[in-house]
Design a protein around this ligand. Structure first.
Ligand code: SF4
Length: 372
């Protein structure tokens, strides 16, 4: 599943790797910082925009690197709070990046808090039964530079909407690595990308505002627990017993709850922070009161936060969202035990917000166009 682009993207270079490339080309080390400053702070979109570099150096950079390894092909907006960006990669693969705005009272939508949801693979091999991204399986892993570039596209989009008050800052408040793909199955590229996003010479974005989500790859959760950067962790639990979890998440066969729960505990003890348990509520699959009670016990044991997400229907899949009353009854069982719980208010339902749906729809349209 390895993809080798014709030219490596600049967005995949660290300060060290870029310095080494420039030195080998006979350039002084400080050029690397200048170039990364143009990319991440001044956010130029062409090599010619890097005006303090000589013309021959700009020409060499253009021959050697891709500036940004993806292009925006479609943007869908939902009620002005959620933007979905569909990006095309060098091999024509499509990925999705979502901007979720949290409107605040007395604050315009452009100034509201923004969470960016990024993808880490094209498709996904985990085959969760309710998910659009897993329908066609895994096509390939994303390169680190392709992951970072999603955030640059968001910055460009947000810079267009409203000028930045402080140009050195990123244009958003949180990153959730929860889009298409299983992030921990593409571990090295994801950690490299997030290291670039976090670095002061990169986007300078705090690790504590970055949440990695996993379907439950136990060995990788333990590896993540040893990373020096303190990312947050969210677990896609979606079933509070092996019986229910296994029905909808094949990963549970390799890593049942008896292995997963101790790994989560290890992570939260090492990092001293609350893990989030994501739980998509699906009618008659995992929304029983018995599941709520089991989930309450797991959350209490792990001192975890629970995020309940009413299911977004996916064309071609039979699952449904439970009624509002049933959602509230489920949440009440957790609330009664003083578990920290959120029942997510819908955002972006009308723009294919369940992960992978916009991409799937566009690929189908492409197939139809090609076939026609
Ligand atoms: S829910 Fe996440 S891990 Fe499961 S198939 Fe979808 S993208 Fe993959």
């Amino acid at each position: 599943m390895k993809y080798t682009p014709a030219k490596p993207p600049l967005t995949g270079e660290t300060l060290e790797s870029l310095t080494a490339r420039l030195r080998a080309h006979g350039e002084p080390a400080f050029r690397a910082r200048q170039i990364l400053d143009w990319l991440y702070k001044k956010r130029v979109r062409s090599w010619d925009g890097m005006t303090n570099l000589s013309k021959p150096l700009r020409a060499w950079l253009a021959e050697t690197f891709e500036l940004i390894p993806s292009s925006l092909v479609l943007r869908k907006q939902s009620e002005d709070v959620t933007d979905k960006l569909l990006l095309e990669l060098g091999d024509k693969s499509l990925i999705e990046t979502v901007i979720i705005r949290a409107p605040q009272e007395g604050v315009g939508v452009d100034q509201s808090r923004k969470t960016i949801c990024i993808s880490t693979q094209v498709g996904c091999a985990m085959a969760c039964a309710f998910c659009a991204s897993g329908l066609a399986g895994l096509k390939r892993d994303l390169e680190a530079g392709e992951i970072v570039a999603q955030l640059l596209h968001v910055c460009h989009r947000e810079d267009e909407r409203s000028p930045r008050a402080r140009p050195e800052l990123a244009s958003f408040d949180n990153i959730v690595v929860m889009g298409m793909g299983e992030p921990l199955a593409n571990y090295d590229a994801v950690i490299r990308a997030l290291t670039i996003v976090n670095a002061e010479w990169g986007l300078g974005f705090g690790a504590r505002r970055i949440t990695l989500s996993t379907s439950g790859l136990v060995p990788k959760i333990l590896k993540l627990a040893d990373e020096p950067l303190g990312f947050r962790l969210a677990i896609s639990l979606h079933g509070a017993t092996d019986e229910v979890r296994e029905k909808i998440m094949p990963v549970n066969r390799a890593f049942p709850l008896a292995k997963l729960i101790p790994a989560i505990r290890t992570f939260s003890e090492k990092h001293g922070r609350m893990v989030t348990l994501e739980f998509i509520l699906i009618e008659d699959i995992n929304d029983s009161l018995e599941q709520a009670e089991k989930l309450r016990d797991i959350a209490r044991d792990l001192h975890a936060h629970v995020n309940l997400i009413p299911y977004n229907s996916v064309a071609g899949l039979p699952w449904k969202r439970p009624s509002l009353t049933r959602q509230e009854r489920f949440a009440d069982i957790l609330r009664a035990a003083r578990i920290s719980v959120t029942l997510r208010r819908e955002k972006g339902h009308d723009i294919d917000a369940a992960c992978g749906q916009l991409r799937l729809r566009t690929e189908k349209e492409r197939e139809l166009t090609t076939a026609g």
